[in-house]
Ligand binder design. Structure first.
Ligand SMILES: Nc1ncnc2c1ncn2[C@@H]1O[C@H](COP(=O)(O)OP(=O)(O)O)[C@@H](O)[C@H]1O
Ligand SMILES: [Mg+2]
Length: 254
């Protein structure tokens, strides 16, 4: 069993308040793919309403962990709870927006047609396709064919497809890959805006300098959690300022 209850209570000035439970809790998670043991006793807690960066070099297990959260990965042992439900539970399907590493949109449809198509797969949509495009700053591109979008616009359209159905949790696997630094910063701002609206975002990257766009970080290496904390906490712990140096230093300390 997971070590803590799903919702916790705290007493402040003799008033009892409910502390909102975590969005994701993984406990001693082990995952095997083929003959390879990929995730080793992974234990993390991801609070709600934050942008959580999942940072680690290629092959460190980011995609495998995300697949586990999305309920698409067979788990060898351990537990994983998502929005207070066991991963892969049916009710989670409408609560999670998952964008895979090779996220694609339909090139031969316009932006609005793409969103309408994804929306047609859901019974209930809190927002209209127009409102979803507005959320990702693509209103003026609504009638443009997806194939003619710039890299940044295409990335925002891919993000928009995960927003259909108004999920509480977004799992975005390397969404900024291939974008120039200015566009990357814009996309991270958008992630922060969505978190401010109450969504939880788990965003992976192998680019360490994206760390400062996140509220908290999980540093992953060889399928193990190297460290978890805010960028400031990890800098303090390692005594380094650049995040790639923080990472290397924490490997040395592990
Ligand atoms: N189907 C598979 N069979 C065996 N090993 C796999 C399979 N898929 C991925 N792996 C291995 O799992 C490790 C982690 O991969 P992945 O989760 O994709 O890492 P990341 O997303 O951080 O690049 C890699 O060593 C990769 O080769
Ligand atoms: Mg990956």
């Amino acid at each position: 069993m997971l070590p803590c209850a799903t919702a916790r209570f705290a007493t402040v000035d003799s008033r009892t308040i409910t502390v909102v439970s975590a969005a994701i809790r993984a406990f001693n998670l082990n995952v095997q793919r083929g003959k390879n043991h990929i995730l080793h006793d992974l234990t993390v807690e991801i609070p709600r309403g934050v942008v959580m960066g999942l940072l680690g070099p290629s092959g460190s297990g980011k995609t495998t962990f995300m697949r586990s959260i999305a309920g698409l990965q067979r788990i060898a042992s351990g537990e994983i709870h998502v929005l207070d439900l066991p991963a892969a539970s049916k009710p989670l399907r409408s609560k999670i927006g998952y964008s895979t590493q090779s996220a694609s949109v339909y090139s031969d449809l316009t932006c609005i047609q793409n969103i309408r198509y994804f929306a047609s797969l859901y019974l209930h949509n809190e927002k209209t396709p127009e409102e979803i495009l507005e959320d990702v700053d693509l209103s003026r591109n609504a009638d443009q064919m997806a194939e003619s979008l710039s890299g940044g616009e295409r990335a925002r359209l891919a993000l928009a497809t995960t927003l259909v159905g108004s999920p509480d949790l977004l799992i975005l696997d390397e969404p900024t890959v291939g974008l120039d630094p200015v566009l990357r910063v814009q996309l991270w701002k958008l992630f922060n805006k969505l978190a401010a609206q109450g969504k939880t975002l788990l965003v992976s990257s192998h680019v360490m300098d994206e760390a400062d766009s996140c509220h908290q970080l999980i540093l992953l290496r060889d399928g193990r959690v190297l460290a978890q904390g805010t960028p400031a906490e990890l800098r303090l712990r390692s005594g380094k300022s650049r995040m790639d140096e923080v990472f290397i230093s924490l490997i040395g300390a592990a």
